[in-house]
Design a binder for this molecule. Sequence first.
Ligand code: NAD
Length: 177
Amino acid sequence: MNKVRGIFIGRMQPVHNGHMQIIDKILEEVDEIIIGIGSAQLSHSLKNPFTAGERVVMLNQALAERGVDPSRYYIIPMQDINFNALWVSHVKMLTPPFSIIYSGNQLVKQLFSEEGFEVRQPPLYDRLRLSGTEVRTRMIEGGNWEELVPNATINLINEINGDERIKNLSIREISEI
Ligand code: NAD
């Protein structure tokens, strides 16, 4: 029997508890999940502080912590391309075959539905708090970002001094203001 595969693509800047709940939900519905680490080429900016490799570690360890069977997921970093109309083909080139895309991102949903894929919207999990923007803002402001992310994200960010990185990136030179 063919496996039913679903794909979920996110920048995961950083991996947070909302991403993990979405992954749990998808795994209830499909045999295998492909997790795309989007905008893999971006790092060291306020919106995209972490490298693709750092995000792979966060996710890999977070899935291990949750006891997810490694034979049920693929983690694939994917760079952006300049052509939205070609992006779905680019994603297909990088991934095992799949039939369902899970996304709450309007552009992602539009592009995949135009190519004939089944699009499913994951439920919202405490969306205002569980967002990359909220985690990054708390990191800059010295708030409790740790409560929003899995232990694996905390460990990796501590290992690379990630909160110092993001605080340093937030300091603007007078010439930039
Ligand atoms: P993200 O990490 O912000 O979110 C990932 C997904 O999780 C989204 O579908 C979002 O709706 C969902 N989500 C996050 N928190 C949630 C919560 N608490 N509850 C429910 N759902 C939640 O990533 P993103 O920015 O949506 O990632 C899309 C990626 O696709 C980006 O890297 C983007 O650049 C890429 N992309 C590239 C092209 C191109 O290269 N031309 C085109 C379209 C999209």
